[in-house]
Design a protein around this ligand. Structure first.
Ligand code: CO
Length: 461
């Protein structure tokens, strides 16, 4: 019998995030959802990551409403989201009551699988979300963020895999957000995990460095249960390997993906004009579509590199880029080798730029890195250097124990503050996650409703 391979289609979340900064409005995909449901995907990643923030900030959409709408059209395929553990969908640690309510509401509104990760690979930062996901009846997928450093060994990844299994996860994802995991490393790592952990292993990679498609192929050969791909028109570059190419090749090799390529063609035809519009209107920079080998040389994710370039360009100091590229791995080392994923990629990059531009290491230390040194982001993979500790904290001592235990519950205060502006628990959660954006969104919504009421009164008259 053919071995089954699961395909997760990521066009609505990660491809959308990687190529067009998560600016795809609901109107761009609402008509294709029912077709997508018939493609035979194991799951569709549709929510979480930056989609929530983007809905409120740029798209004037209620993110919860977007999820419910997708669920109403996608009745058979599992819906998946990405959650930043204790950071939920934001950039700081939230209280346990927020994390639990957010996870519960995500499942209630239609999510089947929650992929939970932590930027530091600290299991404590994933524990609350995993626990609540299981209680709510969801599938908890624990993540291992893949990075390259002297302390990130196969043994350390396998150890994390075993811990996630003990915590009750239903599956494990190796998350290669920078697209720097080579085919051979992927083969060895998946083999090691398959041998030591009794859970299905999923592999998530990007095409940034061009390794992606080969890496995913080796993942399946090593026994991975599934891979993430994006429909071809939104694939490649900073996005993902193409769904159709992987399905075509895997089927030929004797695997059963369950995905119907004829349906994929319809989906691809639907998204072609969407991509064209983003290209024409400037929302899609063609440079993200090409293969960039720099990420392999500098160990810097593509998104982070473009961020560094834009930060330096803004102050007319692009000529200092080479120094920043030398400084970045040094800052990362001082911080105990955090994987370069949100929010660590931003924190490391900004500090490296600051060090170069001030001409002195840690003359200025960002408030985020001070918080990191105090322990507010959890345990760093390796100890923070003495120099950085001293410059960041002075005489102040870092926290002992779990920082999240010290965060007061956030929901009661938010409820009281919003009053009848919040019409649901989901509204309150939007506010706790993104106070400014959500408050503006909720006020605008109320105004629009008031307008509607007065129109309808006129109509009656
Ligand atoms: Co990704």
């Amino acid at each position: 019998m053919k071995r089954k391979v699961h395909i997760t289609e990521v066009v609505l979340r990660d491809a959308n995030q990687s190529q067009i900064a998560t600016r795809m409005p609901r109107s761009d995909f609402e008509d294709i959802l029912e077709t997508m449901d018939k493609a035979g995907y194991y799951s569709m990643e549709v929510w979480g990551g930056a989609t929530f923030d983007s809905c409120l900030r740029y798209l004037d959409e209620d993110p919860w409403d977007r999820l419910r709408f997708i669920r109403s059209k996608v009745k058979n395929t599992k819906l998946q989201m990405l959650l930043r553990g204790q950071n939920i969908l934001g950039y700081k640690h939230y209280s346990d009551d927020t994390v639990r309510a957010f996870v519960r509401k995500s499942v209630e509104n239609g999510i089947d699988i929650i992929r939970i990760f932590d930027a530091l690979n600290d299991p404590q930062n994933m524990a609350t979300a995993i626990d609540e996901c299981l209680k709510a009846g969801g599938h908890a997928q624990g993540s291992i963020c893949y990075t390259i450093s002297p302390i990130h060994t196969f043994e350390s990844y396998v150890e994390l895999g075993k811990t996630l299994e003990k915590m009750g996860c239903n599956s494990i994802c190796i998350k290669d957000m920078a697209g720097i995991m080579s085919p051979q490393v992927c083969y060895d790592l998946v083999s090691a995990l398959v041998k030591s952990v009794n859970l299905p292993i999923y592999v998530h990679s990007h095409s940034t460095t061009g390794l992606g498609p080969m890496t995913l192929m080796k993942a399946i050969e090593a026994g991975a249960a599934g891979i993430d791909t994006a429909i071809s028109i939104f694939s490649g570059g900073t996005s993902h390997p193409a769904t159709e190419s992987l399905v075509y090749s895997l089927e030929e090799m004797g695997f059963d993906t369950g995905v119907n390529l004829k349906v994929c063609q319809k989906i691809n035809d639907h998204f072609k004009p969407v991509q064209e519009r983003f290209l024409k209107e400037g929302g899609l920079n063609p440079s993200v579509l090409t293969t960039k080998i720099e990420a392999l040389n500098y160990q810097i994710p593509g998104g982070m590199l473009s961020n560094l370039i834009s930060q330096l360009t803004a102050v007319d100091k692009l000529d200092r880029l080479d120094e920043v590229l030398v400084e970045t791995p040094l800052v990362r080392k001082d911080m105990g080798y955090p994987p370069l994923v949100t929010p660590m990629s931003q924190m490391v990059g900004t500090q490296a730029v600051t060090n170069v531009l001030t001409g002195e290491r840690y003359k200025l230390v960002s408030k985020e890195i001070k918080a990191y040194c105090r322990g507010e982001y959890g345990a760093p993979p390796a100890p923070i250097s003495k120099e950085l500790m001293e410059k960041a904290l002075g005489d102040e001592k870092p926290f002992e124990g779990r920082y999240d235990d010290m965060i007061e519950p956030e929901i009661p205060g938010a409820k009281e503050y919003l009053g009848d502006l919040a019409e649901s628990e989901e509204d309150v959660l939007s506010y706790v996650a993104f106070p400014q954006q959500a408050e503006k969104f909720l006020k605008d919504r109320r105004e629009k409703k008031a307008l509607k009421v007065s129109y309808s009164i006129q109509e009656v008259e």
